[in-house]
Design a protein around this ligand. Sequence first.
Ligand SMILES: NC(=O)c1ccc[n+]([C@@H]2O[C@H](COP(=O)([O-])OP(=O)(O)OC[C@H]3O[C@@H](n4cnc5c(N)ncnc54)[C@H](OP(=O)(O)O)[C@@H]3O)[C@@H](O)[C@H]2O)c1
Length: 278
Amino acid sequence: MSSVPRITLNNGVTMPQLGFGVWQVPDDEAATAVARALEAGYRSIDTAAAYENEVGTGRAIAESGVPREDVFLTTKLWNTEQGYDATLRAFDASLERLGTDYVDLYLIHWPVPMFDRYVDTWRAFEKLATDGRARAIGVSNFQPPHLERLLAETSTVPAVNQVELHPHFQQEQLRTFNTAHHIATEAWSPLGQGKDVLTEPSVGAIGRKHGRTPAQVVLRWHLQLGNVVIPKSVTPSRITENFEVLDFELDAEDMSAIAALETGSRLGPDPSTMDFMG
Ligand SMILES: NC(=O)c1ccc[n+]([C@@H]2O[C@H](COP(=O)([O-])OP(=O)(O)OC[C@H]3O[C@@H](n4cnc5c(N)ncnc54)[C@H](OP(=O)(O)O)[C@@H]3O)[C@@H](O)[C@H]2O)c1
């Protein structure tokens, strides 16, 4: 089996380019899904305080027999916990639920710009990084104006920006911005949530050409673009299928056929107006 390529983040920490996401997986099922993912070979797991499955995720890692240091664990700070002191408290609570004493990557889940606390929040993230409790710190759903403020007002460039990204919403400008600032781009909903992206006729045709499924074609496209990907599945066969994307290559024609699928339509909220506080 080919090994998962690793991306070197701007602080020298490396992270697997292919990981496993657990959004919308209830806590008890998360334990099973994460256990299956670790068995299948995934070594990067993406959870969040808001997913309410940090306990199951942490338990699966602890019980897997895979050494903690071989697993790249990401969690995220929820919107209601933004602000310097609240962030430090929320981080402690996440570690407690995860049953670990550090995370590999801690992300601000959304900028919530109308709340105007992400700069203070980021200063708390910088402390967590300095203290070695988060090996890397980053953001999620940040757009260039939010990133520019962090760059201007703080001293740490986010290591990662995790954003909605799939063939229908390719984020070309944001990817260029991230790259110019040495911020790794991580794609959420990389399969377009398993819906319309996977039934695109050209994706199916590329799959037939390579003897691969539509999901494998889409994940391969991400890897070749340089994105970090974290597909989610609770289905054992799909957990394996999504990991088997390291031993084939899309050609230039395939890549441009997928580039042509951009629709400009998001599946999730617009980060500049998203203000969920629940
Ligand atoms: N930072 C953020 O704001 C944010 C937002 C959304 C997501 N995320 C992260 O990104 C991860 C992935 O995104 P996502 O869960 O929204 O969507 P996704 O990974 O694009 O798609 C997941 C959906 O596709 C289905 N699926 C998975 N593999 C498949 C395959 N091989 N063939 C057909 N269908 C397949 C899954 O069904 P089954 O599970 O039933 O197999 C599930 O319904 C999340 O789990 C989370 O960790 C972050």
